[in-house]
Design a protein around this ligand. Structure first.
Ligand SMILES: Cc1cc2nc3c(=O)[nH]c(=O)nc-3n(C[C@H](O)[C@H](O)[C@H](O)COP(=O)(O)OP(=O)(O)OC[C@H]3O[C@@H](n4cnc5c(N)ncnc54)[C@H](O)[C@@H]3O)c2cc1C
Length: 529
């Protein structure tokens, strides 16, 4: 079995992982493992852009206040201030790397506006910002002699010193080469989780298939603290069409004047928020959920037909083309939209450099919980967070001393055989995602959460048996992680006896001062199932 040694192991090739890789490669060898192709990331799917203070009529104070307001009392002010102030330099770094952002006639960044922002501050590349950022990062990484990327390599579990001695540190990971089935042992001075979100926990999601919460689950299994998992952001406007799998209709469309309407053409957002269609996304998602329940309709509609057709096609070419393929001309008829799971505000708890409570283990990007988003994320702050924390963690790892046990145990399959019952994986996967949508969705209650809790306990037992009986495959790795992440969402939601930010429960519809704190989960007594 192969043993690979490197200075820094990065798990994930989105904006956070590749930013870290490029920065850290200046002082060490970097190995990036990514479970599918290098561009199979949520980053590639980002549409709206990156929030940063770059306009003359904007200010740090305004971006900080907007972030704190949307975060609903749980953001850490010092973290927000740090990210907002450092943000613009990181956006310029990306542009210097070759990312082509839209510019105005005099060559300045053209700035978009999105929900919850009181100024134009979203840097973008039409409506395909993420794909452009991913392209620029990958081409820079490919040209760097100190970085190696392994596609189709899925991390299974982190290597923990605790299994050898009293030291809780992390020294790498077991990684499965999905093409050969071989499990490699990767040993590193620092291990960086940049595994993205967990949208696949829900049956309706805007996320790519990679978003199964692997980093959160792996970290938790070796004793890392995980925080605020109840705060799942539902994007209000995902295209409603039987042939459109996970296609997001960017918030920037509402930023440019798009109006939400019911099937009869009437507006409804004025009944929910003074910013109407531009209200923060949790407010909009709940409003749509409520309207759909009251009217019995399948979707609401986002109307941009009153905007100049040339402008709409030029500013949102990707959305206009995709909708047209499905028979909707966005310049002539409103777009049918519904809410879907979009962003995980919780994750592995870190300090301002991405350090977790496990020595040698870092978490950056969507998989982390840094204190930036609090109870709800402000639109376009997540790419920004990936950039800032990727760079900060790359500085912090310089100080990591090598740690490893004298003799590292290889991955053991014992007498595991090839799976004879793949249907178990498919069925469990489907069941979890459906009950999470029904019981831990936009509107929750203790009764619904308890129902989910009973089910997840049984399913995790079944999945664990399956995991140990059969040879490991990417699907079973993801299912095991997805089930644990669902469990963490359920347990966190049960602890929060109030409604705040993205967590809304019928039993406690108001905010309560006693809960103005993070929900932190950890397994002090050793690894769970
Ligand atoms: C449709 C859509 C639109 C969005 N629009 C915006 C926007 O306009 N602005 C904004 O700020 N944010 C936006 N977001 C959110 C933002 O894109 C993500 O939060 C951000 O890209 C996350 O970056 P990341 O580097 O943390 O993770 P990702 O980009 O998701 O990358 C995760 C990586 O980890 C890999 N991985 C996962 N598990 C494993 C494992 N076990 N082993 C090996 N590799 C693994 C994946 O394959 C992938 O390479 C959007 C998200 C979506 C889905």
């Amino acid at each position: 079995m192969a043993v690979i040694e490197t200075d820094y192991l990065v798990i994930g090739s989105g904006i956070a992982g590749l930013t870290f890789a490029l920065r850290a490669a200046e002082h060490g060898r970097v190995l990036v493992c990514t479970k599918r192709g290098s561009s199979d990331t949520a980053t590639s799917w980002a549409q709206g852009g990156i929030a940063a203070v770059l306009g003359g009529d904007d200010s740090y104070e305004s971006h900080v206040e907007d972030t704190l307001t949307v975060g609903d009392g749980l953001c850490q002010r010092d973290v927000v201030e740090m990210v907002v102030r450092e943000g613009p330099a990181h956006v310029r770094w990306l542009a210097d790397l070759g990312a082509q952002f839209d510019r105005d006639a005099v060559g300045e960044f053209e700035l978009g506006r999105e929900g919850g922002h009181h100024a134009r501050r979203v840097i973008h590349h039409k409506d395909t910002t993420g794909a452009e950022v991913q392209r620029a990062l990958i081409s820079a990484v490919a040209a760097h002699g100190n970085i190696k990327i392994l596609d189709d390599h899925i991390a299974i579990d982190l290597l923990s010193m605790a299994k050898y001695s009293g030291d809780p540190g992390c020294f790498g990971a077991y990684v499965l080469d999905a093409r050969t089935g071989e499990v490699q042992t990767v040993i590193a001075r620092a291990t960086v989780l940049a595994t993205g979100g967990a949208g696949k926990t829900y049956v309706y999601t805007s996320n790519p298939d990679t978003a199964s919460g692997d980093g959160i689950a792996m970290a938790y299994r070796i004793g890392a603290r995980v925080a605020n998992m109840e705060f799942v952001q539902f994007h209000p406007t995902v295209l409603y069409h039987p042939h459109a799998k996970s296609f997001l209709v960017t918030e920037a469309m509402r930023g440019e004047g798009g109006i939400l309407r019911l099937a009869d053409g009437s507006e409804f957002m004025h009944r929910y928020h003074e910013m109407k269609s531009l209200a923060p996304r949790d407010v909009v998602a709940r409003a749509i959920d409520n309207e759909l329940k009251m009217t019995g309709e399948n979707s609401v509609f986002l109307d941009v037909t009153h905007l100049d057709a040339e402008f709409v096609r030029g500013r949102f070419p990707n959305i206009a083309d995709r909708c047209l393929e499905l028979g909707v001309d966005v310049t002539a008829s409103p777009i049918p939209v519904v809410p879907a799971a979009h962003y995980m505000c919780g994750g592995v708890a870190t300090d301002a450099e991405g350090r977790t409570n496990i020595p040698g283990l870092y978490a950056i990007g969507e998989t982390s919980c840094t204190g930036l988003h609090g109870a709800c994320r402000l639109a376009s702050n997540s790419l920004l967070e990936g950039l800032v924390y990727g760079a900060r963690a790359a500085e912090a790892v310089r100080d990591e001393a090598p740690r490893r046990p004298p003799k590292v145990r290889p991955w053991m399959s014992y007498d595991a055989t090839d799976s004879d019952d793949a249907i178990v994986v498919a069925l469990n996967w489907d069941e979890i995602r459906r009950f999470m949508w029904s019981y831990l969705g936009i509107v929750r209650s203790d009764k619904r959460i308890e129902r989910a809790r009973r089910r997840i306990g049984l399913l995790r037992q079944e999945i664990t048996e399956y995991y140990w009986d059969f040879k490991v495959t990417p699907h079973i790795v993801e299912l095991r992680n997805l089930a644990l992440v669902a469990h963490l969402i359920i347990d966190s939601a049960l602890q929060r006896k109030e409604s705040r930010g993205l967590h809304y429960t019928l039993d406690y519809p108001d905010k309560r001062a006693a809960f103005e704190k993070d929900t932190v989960l950890e397994y002090p007594g050793g690894p769970p199932l």
